[in-house]
Design a protein around this ligand. Structure first.
Ligand SMILES: *Cc1c(COP(=O)(O)O)cnc(C)c1O
Length: 411
């Protein structure tokens, strides 16, 4: 491949992961490597563990880091919690619950009688907590070991209500562990592990944590740790219990990903500096501007917000659906994406799984501000204009008004 010519100015990255990496994080990742017995390594790891507990309001939870992405973390959760004859109940909610289910089904093959069950869901809607409650009530023999919940389904731009899942577990009086995939929500949306009685939270570095891909984490409380200890299985690298060591080489099952840990410490420092509440308010504010623009664009009838439940609209990413009739007339989200990226320097994401070719997604999480959001929306609008996509006018004005009102309310 020939070298691409330099593009002047910024290229806007609005994928919901990987997201923009701040310079502070990039620079931190360029620190020299250290000997593993250097006390600075232990300090670095302790700072990262402490920061993750604060981020997720986890208090005592054991923090396990892996050189892995989100799929690795699904595997970590699954192999630590599966046991012979036991079931993993995945709360259905979209593409990511589907992918987790498929992965867990394969892993179940190695554990006699282990099963995965997924609750039904409706496209465009968050997790159906009543369906989770029913599945738990129907489980009279208490085979369900854990309920696996994707907090924000990145494919549909929908954030589910974790408190509703907590209530479902309580109402059914079921002792199953409560496990949350926070890959797309950590830092961007409130997630209080302790207050909601969540036993395991897992995530990865490249979304709200503003880092390159490659670092996975799991916060494991005492109840989940006791479960995994009581149910040994064919696992080693992923094993939570084996990683409870003061020796870094054991704690990481080998050499720690030092550069990523340096990056994480810097990223957590940035979040701490801004204040977690403000980070989350900023995500809400920016998401509100995107939603306002899309609602305006939708007035011409060709596209709409994919999420049908306003309070479930994600603070991290917005999925814009092209209506079937408009698709039939040739409006193609992939064409909009391609023009936005190649002509207007705005990279947005496309549809995944059943939403492929039906949606485009604007990521608004991580190291993001008002100007970036307005630029992204303008780039998408310019691409739609180029392609003669019918869209309601005034989207940019609506986004600006939304941002102006949100700031005003704060000041
Ligand atoms: C991105 C994502 C994943 C998968 O993460 P990878 O790092 O791509 O493996 C899993 N769950 C959710 C909710 C995600 O957004």
């Amino acid at each position: 491949m020939s070298a691409s010519p330099r593009i002047p100015g910024f290229r806007f990255l609005h994928s919901p992961g990987p997201t923009r990496v701040p310079d502070e994080v990039m620079h931190a990742m360029q620190q020299p490597m250290m000997d593993l017995m250097d006390p600075r390594v232990a300090d670095l790891v302790a700072d990262c563990e402490h920061g993750m507990r604060r981020l997720l309001d986890a208090d005592e939870a054991h923090v396990v880091f892996y050189a892995a992405n989100g799929h690795g973390m699904w595997e970590a959760v699954t192999v630590n919690l599966l046991a012979p004859g036991k079931t993993l109940l995945v709360a259905g909610g979209g593409h990511f619950s589907e992918s987790w289910t498929r992965q867990a089904e394969v892993l179940c093959g190695a554990v006699s009688g282990a099963q995965v069950q997924r609750t039904p869901y409706r496209e465009g809607h968050p997790i159906d907590a009543a369906a989770v409650e029913q599945a738990l009530r129907d489980d009279r023999e208490q085979r369900i070991a854990a309920v696996a919940v994707v907090h924000t389904d990145t494919a549909s731009g929908i954030t589910s209500d974790l408190a509703a899942v907590r209530r479902a577990l309580d109402a059914a009086r079921h002792p199953a562990l409560f496990v949350v995939d926070a890959v797309a929500s950590a830092a961007a949306a409130p997630l209080a592990m302790r207050a909601l009685g969540i036993d395991v939270v897992m995530g990865a570095s490249q979304k709200g944590l503003m880092m390159p891909p490659g670092l996975g984490f799991a916060l494991v409380n005492a109840r989940a740790m006791a479960w995994t200890e009581a149910h040994p299985g064919p696992r080693f690298y992923w094993d939570w219990a084996l990683r409870r060591s003061e020796l870094q080489y054991r704690k990481f099952c080998g050499t720690p990903p030092l550069a990523h840990l340096q990056g994480l410490r810097a990223a957590l420092g940035l979040i701490e500096q801004e204040g977690l509440a403000e980070v989350q308010a900023r995500h809400r504010r920016l998401a509100g501007a995107v939603h306002a623009a899309v609602q305006c664009w939708a007035e011409a009838g060709a596209l709409r917000l994919h999420c049908k439940v306003p309070q479930a609209l994600s603070a991290s990413v917005t999925a814009i659906e092209v209506e079937a009739a408009a698709r039939a007339r040739g409006v193609d989200p992939e064409a909009i994406r391609s023009i936005a990226r190649e002509r207007f320097q705005v990279a947005v994401a496309g549809g995944l799984g059943p939403l492929a070719g039906r949606v485009l997604r604007i990521g608004h999480l991580g190291d993001m501000n008002e100007a970036a959001i307005l630029g992204a929306l303008a780039g998408v609008e310019a691409a739609m204009s180029t392609l003669l996509v019918p869209y309601g006018r005034g989207g940019m004005e609506a986004a600006i008004a939304s941002l102006a009102a949100a700031r005003g309310a704060r000041a």
